[in-house]
Design a binder for this molecule. Structure first.
Ligand code: FES
Length: 105
């Protein structure tokens, strides 16, 4: 059974940026974009950079800090090949806590 994990406080992640957090046994990149919080796998599938360190553009795509592969922060789609996605995680706000649902697979 998966559970929500508190990762940060509302307001602690500036708009168009992200951070990396441990959720269960995964590292998750949580971004603040479009007035909402979004969570995708932190591990870039190219060479393993941390996507949480990237900046989000006006279209909601985070650019990997190493070689600029871009991923949609809302669902993990790789912008250069939409048939490929990295994992996305459910996010909720409880009070002033940002919570991410752990995935068990
Ligand atoms: S490690 Fe992310 S684009 Fe190369």
């Amino acid at each position: 059974m998966s559970e929500f994990v508190t990762v940060a406080k509302v307001g602690s992640i500036p708009e168009n940026t992200g951070g990396t957090f441990k959720v269960g046994d995964r590292l998750v990149a949580v971004f603040h974009w479009g007035g909402q919080y979004h969570a995708i796998d932190d591990l870039c599938p190219h060479m393993g950079a941390s996507l949480g360190a990237g900046c989000v553009d006006e279209d909601g795509a985070v650019a990997c800090p190493w070689h600029a592969w871009r991923f949609d922060v809302t669902d993990g789609t790789w912008c250069d090949n939409p048939r490929i996605k990295i994992d996305a995680f459910e996010v909720r706000i409880v009070g002033d806590d940002i919570q991410v649902r752990a995935r068990t697979e």
